[in-house]
Write a protein that binds this ligand. Structure first.
Ligand code: COA
Length: 386
């Protein structure tokens, strides 16, 4: 079996942007093409995958053809991948599998969402479409409300206050300040987070990711030809994926995302690496509670222990287990379909020592964790360099 390697990666700024979806896609793809060190021409792209929810109703059907158009590759097979906020992670997995099977030499993966041009009431509608419809959305539960329930249960079960949630926001905003593509470059103090307007108890404004526009793209090639394009390919060592019940009421426990656990188990088994070998994590912190749950579900902390780990400073960029050095969804932004691809972009620049001011020293192996909705789908990918 062939291994897959990333040979190029592109990214637009994330935030409230004037550009429309096509322009965002074109910019991310052009950036990924330009990032390849040598010998690359666009006609080497044999297949493409587009991750997008189609927020607000933009191009609900056949959106993947827009990617082929903007990449200058009309005619190749194209597929849209939609698993809510985990669309990017699953699109990467599809591309990796195509390369591993030997079906393709070079595959393009892009993630895109244009969210901020939708009025507030419709935004709330579209944010809810990836949760359960009968029992959650139509009963009036907002998306932040779902994570508010998970957070309340977590804090109650482990007899904790909200300080660790606030620390996630403080850390990720600190990291976001160093990322030119991040939506927010504003530092937060713990008291700012704890005193912010409430969104869904115990979550306030700064516990939530924002609504964002943006796109990201990756070029994934067979590892045995990657050296044609670069001296520093980033290898995909393992990809795992899992699912769970759509409605949180059906799940065994509120404070555990079994889809993440299944995805992590598969990825680590495939990569044959141990958790202690991982230099940095890009986890799905759509709400601050989600970062704590991720650390436990991915196996980096025991039940209820992610709070103390976070408060100890270990997950800061300079700590022993850096988490979300790019600012995470919280500060970098969360254009739904783009997020999983953006996480892999960050790994690409970090492992190649090209992350500038936010570089994690000595980064050699990394993990990305991308969650769909409130945990009904999850993808975990492990990467290494050299
Ligand atoms: N974090 C930090 N600041 C935020 C923010 C966030 N999540 N959301 C908005 N802001 C800031 C804005 O930049 C703006 O600042 P300014 O006054 O200095 O310009 C201010 O807060 C008000 O922004 P606005 O867009 O009016 O906020 P809002 O009340 O409409 O929306 C939320 C706030 C939290 C409800 C919205 O960001 C949200 O729904 N987030 C969750 C998105 C989501 O569920 N995504 C899918 C998850 S998987």
């Amino acid at each position: 079996m062939h291994r897959a390697a990333i040979i190029g990666a592109g990214h637009t700024p994330f935030g409230v942007l004037a550009a429309g979806p096509r322009a965002l896609l074109a910019a991310a793809v052009a950036d990924s093409f330009a990032s390849v060190d040598r010998n690359f021409e666009r006609n080497q792209v044999e297949e493409a995958y587009l991750a997008t929810l189609g927020f607000g109703g933009w191009q609900i059907g056949n959106a993947s053809t827009v990617l082929a158009e903007e990449a200058g590759r009309v005619g190749i097979p194209v597929t849209r991948v939609e698993n809510a906020c985990a669309s990017g992670g699953f699109a990467i997995r599809a591309a990796v599998r195509a390369v591993e099977r030997g079906d393709r030499d070079v595959v393009l993966v892009a993630g895109l969402e244009k969210m901020t041009d939708v009025p507030n009431a419709r935004r709330r509608y579209w944010l809810g479409v990836s949760g359960d419809t009968e029992w959650e959305r139509l009963a009036g539960l907002t998306f932040a409300g779902v994570y508010g329930l998970l957070a309340s249960r977590y804090l109650a079960d482990h007899r904790l206050g909200p300080e660790a949630l606030a620390e996630v926001a403080v850390k990720n905003h600190e990291n976001g300040r160093l990322n030119p593509n991040a939506q927010f470059h504003k530092a937060l103090r713990r008291e700012d987070v704890l005193g912010a307007p409430r969104v869904a108890e115990p979550l306030g404004l700064y516990d939530c990711c924002p609504v964002s526009d943006g796109a990201a793209a990756l070029l994934i090639a067979r590892s045995d030809i990657a050296s044609r394009y670069t001296d520093t390919p980033v290898y995909v060592d393992g990809t795992g994926a899992g699912s769970d019940y759509l409605a949180i009421q059906e799940r065994e426990r509120f404070t555990r995302l079994d889809a993440t656990r299944r995805a992590a188990e598969e990825a680590f088994r495939e990569a044959r690496v141990e958790r202690k070998e991982i230099s940095l994590l890009e986890v799905h912190d759509c709400f601050t509670i989600a970062e704590l749950l991720a650390l436990e579900d991915l196996g980096f902390a025991g039940d209820g222990e992610a709070a103390a780990l976070t408060l100890s400073g270990a997950t800061r960029r300079t700590g022993r287990l850096p988490v979300n050095p790019d600012g995470g969804l919280k500060a970098k932004g969360h254009p739904i379909g783009a997020t999983g691809v953006s996480q892999a972009y960050e790994v690409f620049v970090q492992l190649r020592r090209q992350a500038g001011a936010r570089q994690v020293p000595g980064a050699e192996r990394a993990l990305t964790h991308n969650v769909g909705g409130s945990g009904a789908t999850a993808a975990v990918t492990l990467f290494s360099v050299g």
